[in-house]
Design a protein. Structure first.
Length: 348
């Protein structure tokens, strides 16, 4: 189904919200109930795989084959980052404190990302997805997501924006380093983090453990290669999982007064696939369901989709779903159009 155009958004903004009715349906179906056993199983599998790769890393020793180990660890780190994402939305436990403990371990200790910084940024995205001046995810230098951002670029930045579609995936390989750098800035700053001492301590442990293991086991050239492969694929995996969700969907202005239901649905894109894709994308392929109900446990998103899609159909709300390849294609087409000054392409 095609995404709504910006003209459609304004026409629909005057309607009252049916979100309360949808919430009652979702709650009555038990879709907001926690799934501790499924999460426990997921954590067990991920930790066992990480330990297994750690053993392989040590036993293999100084070898260029460690680049393969680096790739496997990158996948596991991204999967644990998805778990931290779920904890940030309080999907795992009813207790905020228990979710925070899991989030701090997955983010600061395991992946080297500041949990508090990321949760604050991500919550602002959820509150105003694809909204100019409010969504931090559409203010990402050196990319331009709106014509206004594109025309303000000059020199090398303008050249980059002109070719940003072609450079998008290579740029994602630096996303891991960007997340680490932003985390350092957030931790060093003396404001904004509720659990700053814990975050700082866990982050230092991550850096010491990661670099210590790599440089103790590998030669310097091998260690550098390991880090580049590991961090590059980690960033590429994370970015490729998040990018299909909103890129190329309508951009709202600060003046748009859409109700919550329509704001979340019309700016989000689902990615069609089976259970393997669900696992690979950490449930983010159900972006519409996730944005409508951020605290809905990941295992329930698949079950919620038919109900929510039917509700949208019954209320005349465009529900956009496509394949993974098409979602990337639509997002890249949008970036290309912004970079070249063309009008925004449709999502056919």
């Amino acid at each position: 189904m095609a995404a709504a155009s910006n003209a459609d958004l304004g026409a629909r903004s005057g309607r009252g919200s049916e979100y309360a009715d949808l919430s009652r349906l979702v709650r009555a179906a038990g879709l907001l109930d926690r799934q501790p056993r499924l999460y426990a199983a997921r954590v067990t599998v991920l930790v066992c795989c990480l330990v297994l790769l750690g053993v392989v890393f040590v036993r293999l020793g100084s070898s260029w084959w460690q680049t393969a180990t680096a790739a496997g660890i990158a996948v596991l780190l991204a999967q644990l980052a998805f778990l931290g994402h779920d904890a940030g939305h309080r999907q795992i436990f009813g207790s905020r404190r228990a979710n925070n403990v899991v989030g701090l371990i997955c983010a600061n200790l395991v992946t080297g990302i500041s949990y508090g910084w990321w949760v604050d940024k991500h919550n602002r995205h959820h509150a105003h997805p694809n909204t100019e001046g409010r969504d931090p995810d559409i203010v990402v230098a050196p990319l331009a997501f709106t014509p206004g951002q594109a025309v303000t670029q000059h020199g090398l930045r303008a050249l980059f924006v002109r070719h940003q579609a072609a450079l998008f995936f290579p740029l994602l390989m630096a996303e891991g380093l960007h997340l680490h750098a932003a985390s350092v800035r957030a931790i060093v700053s003396r404001s904004g983090l509720r659990h700053r001492p814990a975050e700082a301590g866990l982050f230092v442990l991550h850096v010491a453990g990661y670099l210590g293991a790599v440089f103790l086991v590998l030669s310097v050239p091998q260690a550098i290669a390991f880090i580049l492969v590991n961090q590059g694929l980690f960033g590429l995996y994370l970015g490729s999982s998040f990018a299909p969700n909103h890129k190329g969907m309508p951009i709202l202005s600060e003046a748009d007064d859409l109700d919550y239901l329509r704001r979340q649905v019309l700016t989000s894109r689902n990615v069609r696939g089976g259970r393997l894709l669900d696992a690979l994308l950490g449930g983010l392929n159900y972006q519409i369901e996730h944005h409508l109900f951020p605290s809905m446990p990941r295992p329930n998103l698949r079950r919620a989709q038919p109900l929510i899609r039917q509700f949208c159909t019954d209320h005349g709300i465009a529900y956009h779903e496509t394949t993974l390849i098409q979602s990337w294609s639509q997002g890249l087409a949008y970036l290309r159009a912004i970079g070249t000054g063309a009008s925004r392409p449709g999502n056919d």
